[in-house]
Design a protein around this ligand. Structure first.
Ligand code: FES
Length: 56
């Protein structure tokens, strides 16, 4: 599923990045460009991040 339509970033890409090493939303923005245009994808991107690396 595409999470960020503006930059064509999928939930799989976000999940893979989060599982590779701990990261914050700012890292996803910098590395994958998630949310760097209209920013409407940020709530969904955060949900995907939390599902991929739940806080213990
Ligand atoms: Fe992600 Fe627009 S949908 S910046």
């Amino acid at each position: 599923m595409i999470v960020c339509v503006c930059n064509r970033v999928s939930d799989r890409e976000i999940r893979e990045r989060v599982q590779a090493s701990p990261c914050a939303l700012r890292d996803l923005r910098r590395e994958l460009c998630v949310g760097t245009q209209c920013a409407k994808c940020l709530p969904t991107a955060l949900d995907v991040m939390r599902e991929a690396a739940p806080v213990p």
